[in-house]
Design a protein around this ligand. Structure first.
Ligand SMILES: *Cc1c(COP(=O)(O)O)cnc(C)c1O
Length: 365
């Protein structure tokens, strides 16, 4: 393992835990393949590190958001093919077709362009039709699907490899989700032939819904140990990322001393304060200021005092003895779950985890 002794803040990534989380889904859905989502630095875990760790795990595709992420999967030496999840604008398509990456299809115009490029390079464009069953972000509307499919039958350089859709409120609106699933099932049933891939459910749906026509699930958060839906399986998921930082300075401040910008916290008595080398520049969100956020240091919780700054936070260690500069604090992990940080920052878990910045080295075990 990398030497972390000079790191102020780093993220320890447990790829075994990730594989374990994958195995939980495989046990529950033994007949489904998986797309592992590695977009946005693999949810803060580091794109190359995660892609390399999962490349031998029989993953059907690596889900990415951009062609540069797809190129990073390729350049990491991975054999698993990238799948670009959102719509691709015209200038991106050339590179997609040349590399044989998978892309989403929403319209006949896109199909025509892909077909032209396929002809130009003597290749097939491997596409999955995205059906908009209610997400309202991309895809063909269900009523326009038959015309799109008919159109494709005239385009020899398109290999229609799959169909998919995305749920908009699986964790929150069960009846709307069932309507989306029904709409998706009807769309798949209307196709003239069965396609190699059909996929609808991602982390908020894999444990709680079934879509009979699908044979693949897209796994983001669950792979990284977080299930957005209540489920008995949640307990089986393992933490994959622990964010650490170090005490840089220890001081005792007198009563009535303001701490951090704008003195939103003022000491009520002599206070032992540890300065810690992490801030919003590392992804410890500014929104955590004055929310009761806490770090875990030498076996004890220490509240964050005043505002989070770009590179540093201050925590109260008045109740503790024997702390030294250089001591390691857990900022997020098994003792400070991202759910807790999410609630305090009034955001969503993926926002917390994808905020961990490039300044934070990722260390893999
Ligand atoms: C990001 C993304 C996912 C992953 O979602 P999780 O809820 O994290 O599993 C799945 N499908 C699409 C289309 C996405 O954009």
């Amino acid at each position: 393992m990398q030497d972390t002794s000079l790191y102020r803040a780093w993220a320890l990534i447990d790829t075994d835990a990730m594989k374990h989380n994958l195995s939980v889904v495989r046990r529950i859905l033994p007949n489904h393949q998986q797309m592992a989502i590695v977009k946005a630095e693999a949810y803060g875990h580091g794109l190359e590190g995660v892609a390399r760790a999962l490349d031998d795990c029989d993953i059907a595709f690596f889900g990415v958001a951009t062609i540069s992420e797809a190129a990073r999967v390729r350049d990491a030496g991975c054999r698993t093919c990238p799948f670009i999840l959102g719509p691709s604008f015209p200038a991106e398509r050339d590179i997609i077709v040349q590399n044989g990456w998978r892309a989403a299809l929403s319209s006949p115009d896109e199909a025509d362009h892909y077909n032209t490029l396929g002809q130009l390079y003597g290749k097939q464009a491997h596409l999955h039709i995205n059906v908009d069953t209610g997400m309202g972000r991309a895809g063909v509307l269900p009523q326009d699907l038959p015309a799109l499919v008919e159109h494709l039958s005239h385009l020899p350089h398109i290999h229609l490899e799959g169909i998919y859709s995305h749920l908009s409120a699986a964790a929150d609106d069960i009846s709307f989700t069932h309507r989306q699933i029904n709409s998706y099932e009807q769309a798949v049933a209307s196709l003239p032939a069965t396609l190699p891939y059909s996929h609808l459910c991602s982390s908020s749906a894999v444990f709680n819904y079934r879509a009979p026509s699908t044979n693949m699930v897209r796994l983001g958060r669950i792979l990284y140990g977080y299930s957005p839906m209540p489920s008995p399986y949640n307990r089986e998921l393992r933490n994959t990322l622990t964010l650490y930082s170090r005490v840089t300075l220890l001081r005792t401040l007198p009563e009535n001393h303001g701490i951090s910008y704008n003195h939103t916290y003022i000491t009520t008595g002599p206070t032992k304060v540890a300065t810690i080398g992490i801030g919003f520049g590392d992804g410890y969100l500014h929104y955590l200021s004055n929310t009761g956020a806490r770090v875990y240091l030498n076996g004890s919780y220490c509240p964050v005092l005043g505002r989070v700054t770009m590179d540093q936070i201050m925590v109260d260690v008045s109740h503790m003895h024997g702390i030294q500069p250089g001591d390691v604090a857990e900022i997020m992990g098994p003792n400070v779950p991202w759910q807790e940080i999410t609630t305090r920052a009034h955001t969503i878990p993926s926002n917390v985890i994808t905020s961990i910045s490039s300044r934070v080295p990722r260390v893999y075990i």
